[in-house]
Design a protein around this ligand. Structure first.
Ligand SMILES: Cc1cc2nc3c(=O)[nH]c(=O)nc-3n(C[C@H](O)[C@H](O)[C@H](O)COP(=O)(O)OP(=O)(O)OC[C@H]3O[C@@H](n4cnc5c(N)ncnc54)[C@H](O)[C@@H]3O)c2cc1C
Length: 395
């Protein structure tokens, strides 16, 4: 068993990994550049846990559907349950959306069903003009409390203000250098969300998407969370959360008044009667941060061999993958690229990683672990002939 695992990043990806590792008997050190957990994308006051619904036949193998049910299970853990509020989510019908989620869907009447506008209004406690899909078990996470509880087990040590600068393989372990000194690890998990500060994650493509979430003083009798492309939550600590903007390739985390106006406008398009009650924007507050997305929008979770790209340079691209010698580097895993769904997906990512580390047979379908495989992008590069380097050029 690999006894001591270093996890880089104390957002939801790193915290769920650390918690799952601690549950399975590992000692864990979490290193984060910030002064507390959740100063990156994971630090909005609330995060919604809800699935992206897909066609009936796709659902059993669908990452987000599986991840949603798994997240709800995990959030029942005695040390975590208090941070989840099952408000239910009403997914408001819009002309192009979700009309094909109907009685053929495997979750129908169990996890999702349709409400008329009158029923949806009664459920939400506010007047709504359109019918909606009702997801009664979905809800909101109070993020800061959850992150603290995930990192609370005795087996977890957190070191803050520790920016990781390098990680090198030394025989069978990792030596991790940070602004707070060096740490030795039997296995390493990278959950630092953003661009690789380390060469270890070269070839794992991520791009930033800025998002601003807004909060306004509570003045609606709203009981459920509304989703409509954007989302609006019931009041928590005197504020409703409304979000969120989506600005690809924008790295700014400054607060922008026009983004608050955008969030208000998105609500006005689907629920003008609610938007009419919004307080003036001067009373709003906001937080902006980055989501990091992969090119195919699925996260990367699993084992990664940092020497794979170089090893593939010697192989001419073919349809089938060549047999490669086993990796000589100590175990390295990543949980990255959670995009707009980290609070739903990070749990399944953590499980896949800890199963692989412990050598336990994965309970997840192979299609899911393949979809999460961090190295899928490197293999695609190779298959497209972008890695192969003739012997003379390699010399
Ligand atoms: C506006 C907005 C609204 C969102 N709403 C939702 C929602 O409702 N539901 C949902 O599920 N998801 C939502 N998301 C997405 C979700 O927030 C992200 O998917 C999630 O935060 C990603 O978590 P993470 O742990 O990968 O990244 P982060 O939370 O960014 O954590 C990465 C951590 O790594 C640390 N770090 C970085 N570099 C280093 C280094 N070199 N050394 C040490 N530490 C380092 C950082 O300090 C940070 O703490 C939203 C995102 C945004 C921007």
């Amino acid at each position: 068993m690999h006894e001591h695992v270093v996890v880089v990043g104390a957002g939801i990806a790193g915290a769920t990994c650390a918690w799952t590792l601690a549950q399975r008997g590992y000692r864990v050190t979490v290193l984060d550049a910030g002064s507390e957990p959740g100063l990156g994308g994971s630090g909005n006051a609330l995060a919604i846990v809800y699935p992206k619904l897909v066609d009936a036949e796709l659902t059993p193998q669908h990452l987000q559907s599986m991840a949603y049910l798994h997240a709800l299970e995990r959030l029942k853990a005695p040390d975590l349950a208090e941070h989840f509020r099952a408000t239910g989510v009403l997914w408001l019908d819009q002309p192009r959306s979700l009309r094909d989620v109907d009685a053929h869907h495997p979750w129908w009447q169990q996890h999702v069903w349709r409400l008329s506008a009158e029923e949806a209004s009664a459920c939400a406690g506010v007047p709504l003009m359109q019918s909606a899909l009702w997801l009664p078990a979905a809800g909101v996470i109070r993020t800061h409390g959850l992150l603290r509880s995930l990192l609370a087990p005795e087996a977890i040590r957190c070191v803050f203000n520790a920016r990781v600068q390098a990680a090198t393989a030394q025989d069978s372990h990792w030596q991790v250098s940070t602004t707070q000194g060096n740490f030795r690890a039997d296995a390493l998990v990278l959950a630092y969300a953003g661009e690789a500060p380390l060469s270890l994650s070269e070839g794992l493509p991520l791009r930033p998407v800025r998002g601003q979430i807004s909060q306004f003083p509570a003045n609606l009798a709203l009981r459920t969370t509304l989703c409509y492309g954007g989302y609006l939550t019931p009041a928590e600590h005197g504020y409703h959360c409304i979000g969120a903007t989506f600005s690809p390739q924008d790295r700014g985390t400054d607060i922008r008044p026009e983004d608050n106006a955008y969030n208000a406008q998105a609500l006005a398009q689907v629920a003008p009667q609610l938007a009419a009650k919004l307080p003036p924007l001067s009373q709003w507050r906001a937080r902006a941060s980055l989501r990091w997305q992969t090119p195919d929008f699925s996260p990367m979770a699993g084992r990664h061999d940092p020497s794979l790209r170089d090893a593939l340079r010697a192989h001419t691209p073919r349809r089938h993958r060549p047999q490669l010698p086993p990796s000589k580097t100590p175990p390295l895993f990543v949980s990255l690229g959670h995009g707009a769904k980290g609070y739903t997906q990070a749990w399944v990512a953590a499980d896949v990683i800890v199963d692989a580390l412990s050598g336990q047979a994965s309970r997840w379908p192979e299609a899911l672990t393949q979809q999460l495989d961090p190295e899928r992008f490197i293999w695609r590069e190779w298959q497209r002939g972008r890695l192969w380097t003739p012997r003379r050029a390699r010399a």
